[in-house]
Design a binder for this molecule. Structure first.
Ligand code: CU
Length: 489
């Protein structure tokens, strides 16, 4: 008997244990400007895996086997095999599509993608990779967040320019109509598990709108807090949670009672939200970290630094913060799954996600010379120089100047982007860091600009056409509107 017990203990000791076995959950995020899928153990918030996929990654959505995310700068859907954490395939979206977010039907068959930069919405058949896309019938337009009804038939997409929700049938694919969103500048949208109600965050109306899906009309709005962004709903459809970026809170809303029943204070500007499958823990992706994680600032050559964003966990029973850690990138979207559902070998030993003295985590650049230095006063605009055009672009809260740039195809451009917030006395917050990316020239151009920093990009304009550029790091309430065009002719 003694021998047998010894053998048994020996086997148990030497069984390969998953490194994250102490964590109940795995939280997957898309890292925004670092272009990575990132997996964290929870509650430890240790980083278990980073998978580089592209330039500016939003999402993710997953069906337990595959994870999908969209690249806003590189116009593609990346598909990750969750059993191996390897990219299984990449599905190109139409050129210049500029996806901001993605929804997955509950049967796993269809993705609905909000094409913010192009004013388009797409359906992707996940099995075949077939993409159908349509511009919405208003111009300009900015489809920004998407949700699919439980029956998989309809996708609802908020549009912050037109303050409507687009109603899209998925089979056959068609943008059928628009519904007023119940306020100004709608962002996050979520559908209750019974499929009856869509909840919408109207960013500039500081409300939550209740849209009756059978009637296709907003039937009620309730005041919540300033600059509401994302919404998640618990698995029973009892409570909704809405982040308010400027209000610096998450509001708890009783869905049947259509009223606010709780407020959770957030310490560093909440954006996207996730909820654990047992409805016990809320995961908040914070955009800033003022005063919290200064030691983990990322440096850029030439001065300046970028404070990390963070993941904050709130116990929904007590309302208390039960964990918070700095993370790389600017995570957009977080989905939590049981750790037991992830195969051993898919993830690695846990480690802290950011280290002291780290360099800014940006995707590798192709065919470009990038230098950082201090911002210097210079008139914005396009200037002729001996070896090609020099473009001086000011980035400030919350615009680019100029927001239209005309250059010549074939030229090598020197593009100097300067964050002038500090000099302009605009925003007294070092966490307001602008990003920059040209959709269509994404590999050459995606950079981050801390206060007082200039980034100089030198690259060949080898593609003609009109391309959108945009701020690729959340920098404030009107960050999404920080956009412009470069015309290469
Ligand atoms: Cu910005």
């Amino acid at each position: 008997m003694g021998m047998r017990r010894f053998v048994l203990v020996g086997i148990l000791l030497f069984l390969p244990q998953a490194a994250w076995a102490k964590d109940a959950w795995v939280a997957y995020t898309a890292g925004g400007y670092n272009g990575k899928v990132m997996a964290f153990g929870a509650p430890s918030l240790q980083l278990l895996k980073e998978v580089p996929t592209g330039i500016d990654l939003h999402g993710p959505v997953l069906d337990g086997k595959l994870l999908y995310a969209v690249d806003k700068a590189a116009n593609k859907v990346v598909v990750m095999d969750m059993a191996t954490s390897k990219i299984a395939k990449t599905i190109p979206l139409p050129a210049k599509f500029g996806p901001n977010s993605v929804a997955l039907s509950s049967d796993g068959k269809s993705l609905c993608v909000a094409g913010e930069l192009s004013g388009s919405i797409a359906k992707v058949d996940t099995a075949s990779g077939k993409v159908e896309s349509a511009k919405v019938p208003m111009k300009p337009a900015a489809p920004v967040y998407a949700a699919i009804t439980g029956d998989g038939k309809t996708c609802l997409v908020s549009d912050y320019v037109n303050s409507v929700v687009w109603v899209v049938t998925l089979n056959p694919f068609k943008v059928t109509k628009s519904v007023p969103s119940g306020g100004d500048n709608p962002h996050g949208i979520a559908i209750t598990p019974d499929g009856k109600t869509a909840l919408i965050s109207n960013k500039f109306s500081a409300n939550m709108a209740f849209m009756d899906i059978a009637k296709m009309a907003v039937v009620k709005t309730i005041n919540t807090s300033a600059v509401p962004i994302d919404i998640v709903i618990d698995s029973k459809g009892q409570f909704a949670y809405q982040s308010a970026f400027l209000g610096n809170v998450v509001k708890k809303v009783d869905i049947a009672g259509q009223k606010v029943v709780g407020t959770f204070d957030i310490n560093s500007r909440p954006g996207q939200l996730g909820i654990s499958p047992d409805d016990a823990t809320l995961f908040v992706l914070n955009k800033y970290s003022t005063g919290l994680f200064e030691a983990f600032k990322a440096t850029v050559d030439g001065g300046g630094g970028v404070n990390p964003t963070s993941i904050q966990m709130i116990d929904l029973k007590s309302g208390k913060t039960v964990g918070q850690k700095p993370v790389p990138g600017e995570p957009f979207g977080i989905v939590i799954v049981p750790a037991s559902s992830i195969k051993a070998g898919a993830l690695e030993a846990g480690k802290d996600a950011v280290a002291k003295g780290r360099k800014l985590d940006l995707p590798a650049k192709q065919k470009v010379k990038l230098t950082y230095g201090p911002a210097k006063p210079h008139k914005p605009g396009v200037f002729d120089a001996a070896d090609g055009p020099e473009v001086y672009l000011n980035a400030f809260s919350h615009q680019f100047a100029p927001n239209e740039i005309f250059v010549t195809e074939g030229d090598t451009v020197k593009l100097v982007i300067q964050n002038i917030d500090e000099k302009g006395n605009l925003i007294d917050n070092a966490d307001v860091v602008h990003g920059f990316a040209i959709n269509g020239y994404a590999e050459q151009t995606q950079v981050l600009l801390p206060r007082g920093v200039a980034a100089t990009l030198e690259f060949e304009l080898d593609k003609g056409g009109e391309f959108d550029f945009y701020c690729s790091n959340w920098c404030g309430s009107v960050h999404m509107e920080m956009r412009g065009k470069i015309i290469v002719e």
